[in-house]
Design a binder for this molecule. Structure first.
Ligand SMILES: NC(=O)c1ccc[n+]([C@@H]2O[C@H](COP(=O)([O-])OP(=O)(O)OC[C@H]3O[C@@H](n4cnc5c(N)ncnc54)[C@H](O)[C@@H]3O)[C@@H](O)[C@H]2O)c1
Length: 391
């Protein structure tokens, strides 16, 4: 068993989420050797701003750094496949941001590469699994407390792309993948529901819609989520949009159980709002990421309850992932710390645990396969029923 202090990480991506990885690693006690941006200058600046020793010139220089055991990939989606393959070839453990890649031919190659290197831990950064009350909902379902799951409804909605003047690389399919709202936030919902309920989607029917077919692209680049502050200043040009702002998916899970998911990046006032409601044969569970410390437990024959996150009220297996006493709310940044707690514990042990809590490359592949089925269903206006065969 390696000590945490013997492990060192490096981060690729200096934008919105790379520094979130760094902060979580620091809180966990993992050493971070350096960071890589899109140019040597950006790497140097980020290293300086973030107090890191090294700003790498390029990926080969990062991979040649013998001090680095683990690479966190927080770069745009189009780079995930090549960067992940290079990391695995160089013998580094990899935590790749979601979605794992742009297409299933890419994700399949990553699953194969991970299997070729069982000594390396590989994970996809589906952090929402690690809200204490999402882990608790999963534990309650596993303990049979809500009975059998009948159906799931929910959504993931945001407002940061509401105006046609809002822009980000995700808007272009060549940068982010053919699906945007579904690929970017819908896969979080799909991953979470599969994780919490243990159910896999078997067939689906999808409808997608682009509210703004033309957006204003700033002539210089705009950081993720920062457009709200910058849009009035930047010079822009017309950009024809080939990705969706909105999507709804009807799903059938194993055993005929039903589900519905809606996603939108144009819902005013919803900043980053994932909701689910799971109806069981005895009880229901509902949760909202904007109020993450509350889990609603619905009952037909007794009063409904509101469970507040408090380690003493959670199932024993969930407690290690809730580090603050009740009332001291844990939120988005904490989910990264708890995800890395699970991944680094496997890195320390030198092998993947039998049923890891974190998303594996197989899980990452499943979400991208669902994205492709969703796009095919939308384009052909029909149910896609062979999802199992695509995994
Ligand atoms: N888990 C989550 O909650 C979450 C949240 C946001 C983003 N993400 C994912 O993280 C990834 C990055 O998203 P973001 O919002 O931080 O984007 P961003 O645009 O804010 O940052 C991307 C960074 O990658 C850098 N980059 C570009 N080309 C590079 C190259 N060749 N080598 C190294 N770095 C390069 C850019 O300079 C930039 O710093 C995406 O895959 C996204 O889906 C996940």
């Amino acid at each position: 068993m390696k000590k945490l202090g013997e492990i060192s990480a490096a981060i690729v991506g200096t934008g919105f989420i790379g520094p979130v990885h760094l902060e979580a690693l620091r809180r966990l006690g993992v050493r971070v050797s350096g960071i890589l941006g899109s140019s040597p200058e950006k790497s140097q600046k980020a290293a300086q701003d973030l107090g890191l020793a090294k700003g790498y010139r390029d990926l080969p220089e990062l991979l040649a750094d013998r001090e680095v055991n683990v690479v966190h990939l927080a770069s745009p989606n189009r780079l995930h496949v090549s960067q992940t393959l290079a990391c695995l070839e160089a013998g580094k453990h990899v935590i790749c941001e979601k979605p794992l890649a742009m297409t299933t031919s890419e994700t399949k190659s990553l699953v194969a590469a991970a299997r070729k290197h069982p000594e390396l831990i590989t994970a996809v950064n589906y952090n929402i699994r690690f809200y204490p009350l999402c882990l608790q909902a999963r534990a309650m379902i596993q303990h049979g407390e809500i009975g059998e799951v009948l159906h799931v409804t929910g959504s993931y909605v945001q407002d940061w792309l509401l105006f046609p003047t809002d822009f980000n690389w995700r808007v272009s399919s060549s940068e982010g993948g053919a699906l945007r709202a579904v690929g970017d936030i819908g896969t979080h919902w799909l991953d979470l529901i599969g994780f919490v309920t243990g159910l896999h989607v078997e067939s689906l029917l999808a409808d997608l819609w682009t509210a703004h077919p033309v957006r204003q692209q700033p002539v210089s680049s705009v950081g993720t989520f920062s457009g709200k502050l910058e849009q009035t200043k930047a010079a822009t040009k017309d950009f024809p949009v080939d990705t969706e702002d909105y999507g709804t998916v009807l799903m059938k899970f194993e055993g005929g159980r039903r589900g519905t998911m809606s996603v939108s990046q144009v819902t005013a006032g919803r900043k980053n709002c994932l909701r689910f409601e799971i109806a069981g044969t005895r009880k229901s569970l509902a949760w909202n990421s904007e109020v993450p410390h509350e889990l609603w437990i619905g009952d037909r024959t007794e009063s409904n309850r509101l469970l507040m996150a408090d380690p003493s009220l959670l199932h024993e297996e969930v407690r290690p992932y809730a580090n603050y006493p009740g009332g001291h709310q844990e939120g988005f940044p904490d989910t990264f710390k708890q995800l890395y707690r699970a991944v680094y514990s496997d890195i320390q042990a030198g092998k993947r645990s039998p049923e890891p809590l974190y998303a594996t490359f197989e899980d990452g592949h499943r979400e991208v396969a669902l994205c492709e089925a969703i796009l095919e269903s939308h384009r052909s206006s029909r149910w896609i029923t062979d999802i199992k065969g695509r995994m």
